[in-house]
Design a protein around this ligand. Structure first.
Ligand SMILES: Nc1ncnc2c1ncn2[C@@H]1O[C@H](COP(=O)(O)OP(=O)(O)OP(=O)(O)O)[C@@H](O)[C@H]1O
Ligand SMILES: [Mg+2]
Length: 319
């Protein structure tokens, strides 16, 4: 990976501009008018429940699907299916891996490189380099069908980099990976970032989003719900701290009542107790003490992106 992208840019360019994007599949409007921008070198995360429209948005950005309405530019190039200029700029790791199971690991990458117009010598050299980088070099001659799920995922990421794209798009890159492989992929994503690669990421792992993304967009039902840095969202949407306690309805009512003078505290009733959120919960505990109703046991913790996600998108299961 030594000279991967010798293209450090001095001025910050716009990597992705999405404007009033819509996508309809028959009766289903999967994306219902969303706009956002990603600057060059950023790691931008797209979050949302199943069916929110993340993969659809990604496919439109990558020119893998026809836009119904709106406009997308990637490094100044308009996105539409068949645009070769667009394709040259983007490496895609799609949600379902589309490796050729009958080819070897090496062949999958080399053919991909040649498909992108590399000479066979260059494709071969980059394949070697990338397989080593992803710790897959011992599998070079194996058929893809013989690889584990985690290895296949790493291979798809390596493949997306053969063309040395300026933008790497990762649709759930670590789904199904064990912790070791996930940490390896995280390290690799960070390394790419330091090399100036722009990254667009979707994930259902909030820890992953919190660790990797500079900025996040939360979408649901094809619409934007919120955007910001992970820290900003945690503070603004969830509140910094959380206290959970199990209690009966008779016990929770006075607890909620006693906390009501504190405007910064938000309390959610659950069937088996309550959860309180706020910037600082000491005041609430004081009020409970004064009323003599501190719960027998409770769990106090810092909030996370998971709290943000659940607050924005609800707790109902999706199809
Ligand atoms: N090719 C298609 N034909 C018809 N409907 C589609 C198609 N692709 C997606 N949809 C629908 O569009 C909506 C958004 O799907 P999309 O795959 O973008 O969601 P997602 O956010 O990626 O979800 P997940 O987290 O499950 O991957 C869903 O209602 C889905 O059923
Ligand atoms: Mg998806």
């Amino acid at each position: 990976m030594g000279n991967y992208f010798g293209m450090q840019t001095s001025t910050t360019a716009m990597a992705i501009t999405v404007k009033d994007l819509r996508k309809r599949y028959g009766d289903v409007e999967a994306v219902r008018g969303i706009s956002f921008r990603v600057t060059e070198g950023e790691c931008f995360g797209l979050l949302g429940p199943n069916g929110a429209g993340k993969s659809t948005t990604i496919r439109l950005i990558c020119g893998l699907s026809e836009i119904t309405d709106g406009h997308i530019e990637v490094f100044g190039v308009t996105a539409y299916p068949g645009n070769r200029e667009l394709k040259r700029r983007i490496g895609v790791v799609s949600q379902d891996d589309n490796l050729d199971p009958d080819l070897t690991v090496r062949q999958n990458l080399e053919l991909h490189g040649m498909f992108y117009g590399l000479t066979s010598a260059t494709a071969r050299a980059r394949t070697q380099e990338l397989l080593q980088w992803m710790q897959l070099d011992s599998k070079l001659a194996e058929q893809v069908r013989a690889l584990s799920g985690g290895m296949r995922r790493r291979l798809v990421i390596a493949r997306a980099l053969v063309s040395r794209p300026r933008l790497l798009v990762l649709d759930e890159p670590t789904t199904g990976l064990d912790p070791q492989a996930r940490h390896l992929v995280w390290a690799k994503i960070r390394e790419l970032k330091t090399r100036g690669v722009t990254i667009l990421l979707t994930t259902h792992y909030m820890e992953e989003a919190e660790r990797l993304a500079d900025r996040l967009l939360v979408i649901d039902h094809g619409l934007i719900l919120e955007q910001g840095t992970p820290n900003d969202l945690i503070e603004r949407v969830a509140g910094r701290e959380c206290l959970e306690c199990q209690a009966t309805e008779d016990e929770t009512a006075p607890l909620i009542e006693a906390a009501s003078p504190l405007p910064s505290i938000r309390i959610e009733s659950r069937h088996d107790g309550l959860v309180a959120f706020g910037p600082d919960l000491d005041g609430m505990l004081d009020l409970w003490d004064r009323a003599g109703i501190r719960p027998a046991s409770y769990y106090r913790r810092r909030t996370s992106l998971e709290d943000v996600f659940l607050r924005l998108t609800g707790r109902e299961l999706r199809e």
